[in-house]
Every structure is written in structure tokens, then in C-alpha cells.
Design a protein around this ligand. Structure first.
Ligand code: 5RP
Length: 226
């Protein structure tokens, strides 16, 4: 099975997690693109979706899926029992690095409003310690150099993602060279820096369930506590 087949297998497996007639949270990225396709083809009954990126919104609308305004949903108090999103890395505690597609801020906003976060990945994304994947950080343009300086001070190598503007009109800086032993602490620290909109550590609100695709099948994992 190639990586795309693994992504499709895990995208399909996520359908079993959905709650009938409820709103579903839909993340972003190539695995989620396949989830959107599977969702549209599934015939499942659901009340519409909240979206984490313009790309996901376009893809859903292309399939005729109703994309709901996130603020309207939150204001209405209507629950979003399940949210399905990918990750760039996930550790045994279900903490993740996300943002490879640059949608981390909207992904984190939606994740904060949902019941269960179901992370869909292939096995290559499972790591013991986060940080091999350079951590994406969404930065207000004026703060670029300041944030890069802060990153160097904690031992990271920052790099501006070239020719990329987020859906919110900001920049993405990636931080390489971090072995992230305390993801909760680092997530909180980086979020304190002026000009940082959001960083791609999802540790304060980790996934509740990881569906992990491997050639042998899709495995369901929850947090492993030491
Ligand atoms: C986008 C994300 C994606 O979920 C993450 O990058 C994984 O993407 P893919 O499924 O393409 O490997 O966080 O901001």
C-alpha cells in the first residue's frame, strides 16, 4: 500500500466515528481531503460541517456539503461531537504537531470547540518525541524577525515558509531542531511571544483518538500514560 492508499483507508475508517445528524468538524490537509471525499460518498446523515481552511471549505462545497459558519454554530450552542483532522506528528500522549498545510490557527480554534478530536494519520506520523517535523508558527508579518530571534534563543532554526500567506493573512515560520520533551510548556511559551498568532503544537488540547493506518490495517490508539 502506498501512502495515499493508507491515507484513504484511515479517512474511510474515520466515518465510523461520526455521530448521526450532528455537525462534524473538518480539519485540513491531504488526508482530510480524502476524508471529505469519503464523507460525501458515504451517504451518512449529518447536519453540516465546520471547516478549518478555505481549501477544505471549497472541497466540501464542491461535493455539495453544507459548510456552516463557525461563529453561528458556537453561538447556537449546537454541539460538534466529533472533529476529524490530520497531523504532521503525533506522540503517545496524543499531542501533535500540525500546520504542515498552514491551517493551524483555524484548526486550533475548531479543536477548542469540539467534543472528540479524531486524528487521522498513517503510521509514518507516529513518533515518541515531537520535533523532527519543523514546528509551524503563524506570525503577524511585523513580528517576523522578533519571533525568529526568540526561536534561535531556544535552540531552534527558524525559516520563513516562502511564498505562503495563511487564510488569515499572516506568515508561517517553521522551527527546526527542537526535541520537544514538554509540548504543553512549549505550546504555552511560544503563544506568549508578541506577534505569534498560534503555534502548531496541539498539546494543551491533544487528540482523543488517533486512527493510524498501516499496511496491516487501521489501528485505534488513545493516550498512553507512563
Ligand atoms: C494542515 C495540517 C494537516 O492536518 C497536517 O499538515 C497533515 O497533513 P497531511 O494529511 O497532508 O499529511 O495540520 O495545517
Amino acid at each position: 500500500m502506498d501512502q495515499n492508499e493508507l491515507k484513504r483507508a484511515v479517512a474511510r475508517a474515520a466515518l465510523a466515528q461520526l455521530v448521526d445528524d450532528a455537525i462534524v468538524g473538518v480539519g485540513s490537509g491531504s488526508t482530510v481531503d480524502l476524508f471529505i471525499d469519503e464523507l460525501a460518498a458515504s451517504g451518512r446523515r449529518f447536519a453540516g460541517a465546520v471547516s478549518c481552511s478555505e481549501n477544505s471549505t471549497r472541497r466540501m462545497r464542491g461535493h455539495g456539503i453544507k459548510v456552516l459558519d463557525f461563529n453561528e454554530v458556537v453561538r447556537s450552542g449546537e454541539p460538534i461531537p466529533v472533529h476529524v483532522d490530520g497531523a504532521d506528528e503525533i506522540d503517545p500522549g496524543m499531542c501533535m504537531i500540525k500546520g504542515g498545510g498552514g491551517a493551524l490557527t483555524r484548526e486550533k480554534i475548531v479543536a477548542a470547540a469540539v467534543g472528540r478530536f479524531v486524528c487521522i494519520v498513517d503510521r509514518s506520523k507516529c513518533v515518541e518525541v515531537l520535533g523532527n517535523f519543523a514546528l509551524p508558527i503563524e506570525v503577524i508579518p511585523m513580528a517576523l524577525e522578533l519571533v525568529c530571534r526568540e526561536l534561535r534563543a531556544i535552540g531552534a532554526t527558524p525559516r520563513l515558509r516562502a511564498d505562503f500567506i495563511t487564510d488569515n493573512g499572516n506568515l508561517i515560520v517553521t522551527a527546526a531542531g527542537l526535541a520537544i520533551s514538554d509540548p504543553v510548556a512549549l505550546e504555552s511559551e511560544i503563544n506568549q511571544w508578541p506577534g505569534v498568532v498560534c503555534n502548531g503544537l496541539f498539546a494543551r488540547r491533544p487528540a482523543d483518538l488517533a486512527l493510524v493506518a498501516a499496511p496491516e490495517g487501521v489501528q485505534a490508539l488513545t493516550a498512553r500514560h507512563a
